[in-house]
Design a binder for this molecule. Structure first.
Ligand code: HAM
Length: 419
């Protein structure tokens, strides 16, 4: 067999138990915090019809980054590249039955055909928290408060991350006032999006090419918008509500066409983790592009990849805990002993101790090595069924290899008490 067959597909990850443990932890913290803010959990399939995305989200994502294929019935299908169109579709479909404002969250895996690099993969898990039927700044600030709380729940401090805000409507107003044609406006947004990745000279040169004589007026209007008006109001209101790690940044534009107003992205203050940790904003017109009445809506996405890097940088990753607390080692190939081990394992499980049995009958040392490899903290060595009849057996604590002769009840106490 070729060696490559053992490799996972390019840009996706295998999750061995240690990695799955971290992903589960990330998902659990995200879920618990969303629920603390009153968000309801929902789910959907990874498969969606391609029409759901065309001309509604982002040309780059749809045309260059979406996994798209024809199914056996000739329909065009995608592996979802994001969750927003899916949740909008679901809400649109049951609109009359649902109560608004509606707070929804999900942590789906999403797929993008990107060049795999640090912080960017072809499959990631992304928390999506959205509020449908929510008008005004109060919801926007609360959404950011949720993001902040998630960071705190991971053990981060305020100075570890920076929330950058901007507004699509402010940008649109500037384009309108300067009569910038739609295509040039789109190119300007794309250029602003790349601002941090290119040199100042390159930015200036491209902007001149796009906006010609309006360039200086555009830059002046941007500066003005940052210093006063709508964005200044946001900043003041954030501060009044005790959220201080927020700045206005006109290079935050978000890559999707559906945003209509307030937008934001969150960054690690450590430059070693340069990719956005989270991004979102208001998208009041996505429902309209699905042929529905518009609904004021806002939300964000937060990916597991950059969050994991964020935690890793600060030593915030949880220490692995194996599922099994106890391994019963059967030391002889004896059916009666195996039956006794089975019974004993059932008793431990009923006492709520996660118990695995090693029926291999391999040598004591070999089985101890296995337990060590699996990071299982306790083992019981069963050599002879008589021990059990006497209600006495040997429990070994693997961290210091100490042996304890114990009855069943005291073994349960010993193992549980170590938590
Ligand atoms: P997005 O900015 O494309 O937004 O993704 C949100 C977050 O997902 C990013 O900040 C990043 O943490 C993570 N992410 C995105 N692409 C990748 C990738 N290729 N590899 C690893 N992580 C990635 C959206 O998708 C919007 N639909 C979010 C939203 C929800 N807006 C409103 N509601």
């Amino acid at each position: 067999m070729k060696k490559e067959i053992l490799e996972s597909y390019k840009g996706v990850r295998d999750f061995y138990p240690q990695d799955q443990f971290v992903l589960d932890y990330i998902r659990r913290v995200m879920s618990e915090t969303c629920e603390l803010f009153g968000f309801e959990h929902y789910g959907a399939s990874v498969l969606e019809s391609a029409d759901l995305y065309r001309n509604k989200t982002s040309d780059e994502i749809v045309n260059e980054q979406t996994y798209i294929f024809e199914d056996r019935g000739g329909r065009e299908v995608v592996l979802r590249p994001e969750m927003t169109p899916t949740v909008a579709r679901m809400v649109a479909k049951k609109r009359r039955e649902l109560g608004f404002p509606l707070r929804l969250y999900s942590i789906p895996n999403v797929f993008r055909y990107e060049r795999p690099q640090k912080g960017r993969l072809r499959e990631h898990w992304q928390l999506n928290a959205d509020i449908f039927g929510a008008e005004g700044m109060d919801y926007e600030i609360e959404l950011v408060a949720l993001v902040r709380e998630i960071f705190f729940a991971f053990g981060a401090k305020e100075e570890d991350f920076l929330i950058k805000i901007n507004s699509r409507s402010v940008l649109d107003k500037i384009f309108n006032e300067l009569e910038v044609p739609p295509l040039a406006a789109k190119s300007t947004l794309a250029l602003l999006d790349r601002k941090a990745k290119i040199s100042e000279e390159d930015f200036d040169e491209h902007l001149t090419r796009i906006l010609a004589n309006e360039k200086d007026a555009f830059l002046a209007a941007l500066k003005h918008a940052e210093a006063e008006g709508e964005l200044k109001n946001y900043l003041d209101e954030f501060k009044l509500r005790g959220i201080n790690n927020v700045v206005v940044d006109s290079s935050v534009v978000r890559g999707f066409d559906y945003y209509t107003g307030f937008i934001f992205e969150v960054f690690d203050t450590d430059k070693a983790n340069p990719r956005a940790l989270c991004g979102g904003g208001r998208y009041d017109n996505l429902m309209k592009s699905l042929g529905q009445e518009p609904v004021p809506t806002l939300g964000f996405g937060m990916g597991d990849v950059t969050i994991r890097d964020f935690m890793d940088l600060r030593g915030l990753l949880p220490e692995y805990e194996p599922a099994s607390k106890l391994m019963i080692m059967v030391l002889q190939d004896d059916p009666e002993l195996k039956r006794a081990a089975f019974d004993l394992s059932e008793r431990f499980r009923r006492a709520n101790i996660e118990t695995a049995v090693n029926y291999s009958a391999r040598k004591f040392d070999k089985q101890i090595k296995t337990a060590d490899k699996l990071s299982i903290p306790y083992v019981v060595a069963l050599e002879d069924k008589c021990d059990l009849d006497k209600d006495e057996f040997t429990l070994i604590k693997l961290s210091d290899k100490t042996k304890h002769k114990l009855s069943f009840d005291s073994a349960v106490f010993f193992v549980t008490d170590s938590d």
